[in-house]
Design a protein around this ligand. Structure first.
Ligand code: SAM
Ligand code: DTB
Ligand code: SF4
Length: 360
């Protein structure tokens, strides 16, 4: 059942007494999910840095000249080896990320198709996050054996305009729709701690919940404030807000797997335990997210042992896709909008960081 939510109702849930909120979320979690199991995904940045977008949180945006190590698209052998390591450490899903605005019908996309086939062949759930995507491109990925597509709404539509000027919210929604039309499962959530209000957080959850079919997984990231980005000075989000957000997501999207995502290096074990109690059913594991640090596998397994949690097996919630014969890519012209409204902070940082780069 796809229940419609009103903003006031969701805000009341989010702002309710914390322990009552956690209790309600925990109860619902047990009605819809196996609370002893946590699905483990590993992120792999298959193409790092040099991105043309201006997302104010992102260290991979070329214009902010951050200190990340840039990389060209990874080869099949590099990805196979990373996937096998992740699998040996208990990961059931590999999520491959590329610092692209959108997918283009070129040889890089052909290579991504090979990467997807390779990882599906290892019996892991394959997820990709490659930016905006047409329906044809989504179908090609699905035929290669892609299980999920990650494309975050990041925040409310209103606040989105304050963090990104190079694309619009409706493009995000269209991409999710394109992935859905190709029968891919969806992974879509957002980031808290960018300066948004509780209302923005709740509005994002309502947008996700009101999709025709809500996403199967919903990542909740705490901003990793990276030096050089316009959000570098944002304070770490208090753990209580993360717990509230996880619990509210659990209640508003009862059927989805809530992923406790970026920001865990700043969270205590006890804080994370409350997130699991409040309904988080998945994490990103391995000592790196895309470009920033993450707790290592051993640390996470120690916590799992203390809490009595077990890693979920691959395809526990769906069938493994069959890799189909791949006809060559289509020749369609890809067109996405470019709102290009002004975000003073992003402009200021682009200039400031260019000057820093010149002075080096
Ligand atoms: N370029 C593609 C895109 O934007 O859709 C895929 C990669 S992008 C890095 C994937 C997601 O990572 C973003 O949508 C954002 O939600 C998250 N992310 C990026 N930088 C982050 C940061 N510093 N802290 C928390 N989450 C972040
Ligand atoms: C998601 O919601 N979080 C992941 C994944 N989907 C692609 C990315 C987090 C990135 C954190 C910053 C970095 O490591 O570059
Ligand atoms: Fe590029 Fe994605 Fe980073 Fe935005 S979030 S700058 S689109 S890699």
């Amino acid at each position: 059942m796809n229940r419609k939510w009103e903003l006031k109702e969701v805000l009341d849930i989010y702002n309710g007494p914390l322990l009552e909120l956690v209790f309600r979320a925990a109860k619902l979690h047990r009605e819809h999910h196996n609370s002893r199991k946590v699905q483990i995904s590993t992120l792999l940045s298959i193409k790092t840095g040099g991105c043309p977008e201006d997302c104010s949180y992102c260290p991979q945006a070329a214009r902010y000249h951050t200190d990340i190590e840039k990389n060209e698209l990874m080869t099949v052998e590099q990805v196979r080896s990373a996937a096998l390591t992740a699998q040996a450490n208990g990961s059931s899903r590999l999520c491959m990320g590329a610092a692209w605005r959108n997918v283009k019908n070129n040889s890089d996309f052909d290579q991504v198709i090979d990467l997807v086939k390779t990882v599906n062949g290892l019996d892991m759930e394959v997820c990709c996050t490659l930016g905006m995507l047409t329906e044809n491109q989504a179908k090609r990925l699905a035929d290669a054996g892609l299980y999920a597509y990650n494309h975050n709404l990041d925040s409310s539509e209103e606040f989105y305009k304050e963090i990104i000027s190079t694309r619009g919210y409706e493009d995000r929604l269209e991409t999710l729709d394109n992935a859905r039309k190709a029968n891919l499962t969806l992974c879509s959530g957002g980031i808290i701690g960018m300066g948004e209000t509780s209302e923005d957080r709740c509005k994002m959850l309502i947008t996700l919940a009101n999709l025709e079919t809500p996403p199967e997984s919903v990542p909740i990231n705490a901003l990793v404030a990276v030096e050089g980005t316009p959000l570098e000075e944002q304070k770490t989000i208090p753990i209580w807000e993360m717990i509230r957000m996880v619990a509210t997501t659990r209640i508003v999207l009862p059927g989805s797997v809530v992923r406790l995502s970026a920001g865990r290096t700043e969270m205590s074990s006890e804080g994370q335990a409350l997130c699991f109690l409040a309904g988080a059913g998945s994490i990103f594991a391995g000592n790196k997210l895309l470009t920033t640090p993450n707790p290592d596998f051993v640390e996470d397994m120690d916590l799992f042992n203390i809490l009595g949690l077990k890693p979920e097996k691959a395809f526990a919630n769906g069938k493994q896709p069959k890799t189909k014969f791949d006809e060559k890519g289509s020749k369609e012209k890809v067109k996405w909008s470019r709102p290009d409204h002004k975000i003073e902070k992003n402009i200021e940082y682009s200039k400031k960081r260019k000057a820093v780069q010149k002075g080096k």
